[in-house]
Design a protein around this ligand. Structure first.
Ligand SMILES: [Zn+2]
Length: 237
């Protein structure tokens, strides 16, 4: 999921090794005190239309160092894009894994108030954000399940890293309760509202091969997909 963030939130891009460099590094120093060096890599994001994005992702059987390395890469990829949420399938891995970081500003009202007014910044219209430093607070969700959701809906203008540069209003349950495994493989249950509730539902849709454009009218969806297809053809030329 994307949010238009203020300019100073641009990723610092301090260290983004190529995959070749990572391989070398791991070959040279695969383990130290039993723990792998943490080296994150930015992976290419798949954009629509692409059959992979329609695929239903499989549950993760065990949370391993490999799972954590993937989540580290996903987070780095998301910050670089920039976005506020990313599903593993968006980097071509069909596993039920998400990373989310709303990167809300440090000066108080970071939304999450569930009022659905969109000031969480999906639509990029939020003057308050301009003076505030976004705070990183990454969250990792493995095998997430919605165990409860509200009847009342919230409407946010959503964007998606796999549907670049399109933003449309989507209605979703305003609050939800999600059960998942965290970074260490421990089971967690979290109540969510506001932007967080919308974001996790958007990301969980990806695990079932659904994009936010699938919530729009067929006319609007086809228009967007046609433009994306055209853009891909132009880029490939
Ligand atoms: Zn998305």
């Amino acid at each position: 999921m994307t949010a238009q963030l203020p300019p100073h939130s641009a990723p610092d891009a301090a260290f983004s090794p190529t995959s070749a460099e990572i391989c070398d590094f791991r070959a040279l120093d695969p383990a130290r005190d039993g723990s792998y060096l943490i080296i994150m890599a930015i992976r290419p994001i798949i954009t629509a239309p692409d059959p992979l994005l329609k695929q239903v992702s499989a549950p993760v059987k065990a949370v391993t160092d490999e799972t954590r390395a993937l989540m580290d890469d996903m987070l780095e990829t998301m910050y670089d894009a920039p976005g506020i949420g990313l599903a593993a399938i968006q980097v071509g891995v069909p596993q039920r894994i998400l990373v989310i970081d709303l990167q809300q500003p440090s000066n108080g009202d970071g939304d999450g108030d569930g009022d659905g007014d969109g000031d969480g910044g999906i639509d990029g219209i939020n003057d308050e954000r301009d003076d505030a430093e976004p705070v990183r607070n990454p969250q990792y969700f493995i095998n997430p399940e919605i165990i409860k959701s509200s009847d009342d809906v919230a409407t946010y203008q959503e964007g998606c890293l796999s549907v670049p540069e399109f933003f449309e209003d989507v209605d979703r349950p305003a609050t939800c309760t999600v059960k998942y495994l965290d970074y260490d493989g421990n089971e967690q249950v979290q109540d969510m509202d506001g932007l967080m509730a919308t974001c996790i539902q958007h990301e969980m849709d990806h695990l079932n091969g659904i994009l936010f454009v699938d919530h729009l009218s067929r006319l609007k969806r086809n228009m967007i997909l046609k433009k994306l297809k055209k853009q891909k053809a132009l880029n490939a030329a």
